[in-house]
Design a protein around this ligand. Structure first.
Ligand code: C5P
Ligand code: MG
Length: 159
C-alpha cells in the first residue's frame, strides 16, 4: 500500500467559471488559472503522483506550456491514471476536501464524486468529497481563494 496527499489553492476572480472536478458550479467568480483552474483535480493529481513518488503536477504539465492553456484538467487526471496503472498500481480509495466560503457545494457532491470515480476507474463508493468553509478567516475565508486537499491510497499489483 502507498499513501499520497495533495494540496492546491487558486485565487477566485470575476469572469471565470468555478470548476470543481469538472462540475461547473454557478457562481459570480471562478478560479484564476492558466488551465481551467480545477483546483480539486490539481490536488488529486499531486496525491496520485505523490503516492507513486513520481514527478509533481508542475513538472508534468508546466504552466508555461501553451498546450495547457484553458485545458480540461480531467484530461490531465486521466493521463496521470495511465502512468499510475503502467507503474503497476491501482487506486483503493480517494478522500478529498474543498475549502470554499461560498457557495455551498453540498448539492454538487454526487456529480463531483461521479466524475472522479469515472476518471480514476473506481466505484463511487471509493470516492469521498467534503466541503468546508474557512470561517471567514484568511484569504479563503474572505472569499478571495479556493483550496483543495486530497488523500489517496494505492495498492501495488502484479509485483
Ligand atoms: O465550514 P463549516 O464547518 O461551517 O461547514 C459546515 C458544512 O457545510 C460542511 O460540513 C458541509 O457539509 C457544508 N459546506 C458546503 N459547501 C461549502 C462549505 C461547507 O456544502 N462551501
Ligand atoms: Mg492548480
Amino acid at each position: 500500500m502507498r499513501i499520497g496527499q495533495g494540496w492546491d489553492l487558486h485565487r477566485l476572480i470575476e469572469g471565470r467559471k468555478l470548476i470543481i472536478a469538472g462540475v461547473h458550479v454557478p457562481f459570480h467568480m471562478g478560479e484564476e488559472a492558466h488551465s481551467d483552474g480545477d483546483v480539486l483535480v490539481h490536488a488529486i493529481i499531486d496525491a496520485l503522483l505523490g503516492a507513486a513518488a513520481m514527478d509533481d503536477i508542475g513538472v508534468l504539465f508546466p504552466p508555461s506550456d501553451m498546450r495547457w492553456k484553458d485545458s480540461d484538467s480531467r484530461e490531465n487526471l486521466r493521463y496521470v491514471m495511465t502512468l499510475i496503472k503502467e507503474a503497476g498500481y491501482r487506486v483503493i480509495n480517494l478522500d478529498t476536501t474543498v475549502v470554499l466560503e461560498k457557495p455551498k457545494l453540498g448539492p454538487h457532491r454526487p456529480a463531483i464524486r461521479e466524475n472522479l470515480a469515472e476518471d480514476l476507474g473506481v466505484p463511487i463508493g471509493s470516492v469521498s468529497f467534503k466541503a468546508k468553509t474557512s470561517e471567514r478567516v484568511n484569504a479563503v475565508g474572505e472569499g478571495r481563494a479556493i483550496e483543495a486537499q486530497a488523500a489517496v491510497l494505492l495498492e501495488e499489483i502484479n509485483k
